[in-house]
Ligand binder design. Structure first.
Ligand code: NAD
Length: 322
């Protein structure tokens, strides 16, 4: 139980690059829409990967790309100095690392000094719980949620928002740099998750507000493009107007001009808003605008969960879906 020592820079079986930099072996757990392309980018950069997912389809894709497939998280990590996970939600992260009794998960099996990077979006409180358990086994844990969606995962241009010790962050940075363009150290354990949900709460508010403003203009006879251009040059300017307009055909190459397909699903926005609300409640912080955006997305995601989150436009004007 956590008795072997691991050294990220000194393992005989690790891959050595031409400039004699030693790359740690990586176990990658969770190979879905985000995890699979992230793992593929690590393989392309020359890392040796052992992967695990509950879905055989997911692991097959990575096997073809050059990873070895393991039949459990423990066996994926058996020769790894770094573990990365990209799982749906907090309960999956708990189950992998803590097991069903809290101390019979992967953490209990890893050698001391293993670096664990969890990039799933989960509650900050859940991330802190896993970090605390990890520290009991002398394992470095980082919460490292991402922004940038599946496009960013494929392009290797994600933003990583990391919480944990400066030492662990320094070890993780070169690995994260393979999968992302901007790597931020937000603070101690949980800080990555807090920063991520603050950003996504604001994004949900901005998207809901932009859709509401455009709808008000359109219902009063304005052309959505003319109104958007005016607001873009005025004080209502924001990211959603600039690069992600929710009204169809105002911008090209955005989900609203493509039947709200692709992009960032409404159900994922709903999940992140719920995490923001949970954090606000746990810490007794008022978030009235976030609460309203959560209410809107909860109602919207019931029938539109798989549509891009800009489809909140349909809450005001159902005709945009046709
Ligand atoms: P996904 O559902 O496509 O993939 C999750 C994968 O985890 C699946 O392949 C599933 O089989 C696997 N899995 C579930 N439980 C497991 C377990 N116990 N052991 C091993 N594998 C297990 O989800 P995704 O879109 O890749 O998202 C992953 C995380 O990234 C989520 O927390 C999400 O909120 C976050 N995120 C997603 C996006 C996005 O645009 N999709 C953007 C930013 C952040």
């Amino acid at each position: 139980m956590g008795t072997k020592d691991t050294d990220l820079s000194n393992t005989e079986s690790n891959t050595t690059t031409s400039d004699s930099e030693v790359k740690p072996n990586i176990a990658f757990i969770g190979l879905g829409n985000m995890g699979a392309p992230m793992a593929e980018n690590l393989l392309k950069a020359g890392y040796t990967l052992s992967v695990y997912d509950l879905s055989a389809d997911a692991t097959q894709r990575l096997e073809q790309a050059g990873a070895s497939v393991a039949d459990s998280p423990k066996s994926a990590a058996s020769n790894a100095q770094v573990v990365i996970s990209m799982l749906p939600a907090g309960k999956h992260v708990h189950s992998v690392y803590l097991g069903d009794s809290g101390d019979n998960g992967l953490l209990a099996e890893l050698p001391k000094g293993t670096l664990v990077i969890d990039s799933s979006t989960i509650a900050a409180a859940d991330a802190r719980l896993v970090a605390e358990a990890a520290s009991k086994f002398d394992i470095d844990f980082l919460d490292a949620p991402v922004s940038g969606g599946t496009g960013g995962a494929i392009a290797g241009s994600l933003t990583f928002i990391v919480g944990g010790s400066a030492e662990a962050f320094a070890k993780a940075e070169p690995i994260l740099a393979v999968m992302g363009k901007n790597i931020f150290h937000a603070g101690e354990h949980g800080a990555g998750q807090v920063a991520k949900i603050c950003n996504n709460m604001l994004l949900g508010i901005l998207m809901a507000g932009t859709a509401e403003a455009i709808n008000l203009g359109v219902k009063n006879g304005l052309d959505p493009k003319v109104l958007s251009d005016i607001m873009l040059q005025s004080s209502g300017r924001n990211w959603t107007l600039e690069v992600y307009n929710p009204y169809p055909k105002v911008l090209e190459n955005v989900p609203s001009s493509n039947g709200y397909k692709g992009g960032f699903m409404s159900k994922l926005m709903q999940k992140d808003l719920n995490l923001a609300m949970q954090t606000a409640k746990d810490t007794d912080v008022e978030t009235p605008m976030g609460a309203k955006a959560t209410e809107l997305y909860e109602a919207h995601a019931r029938d539109n969960g798989d549509r891009d989150f800009s489809s909140i436009m349909a809450h005001h004007d159902h005709s945009v879906l046709s």
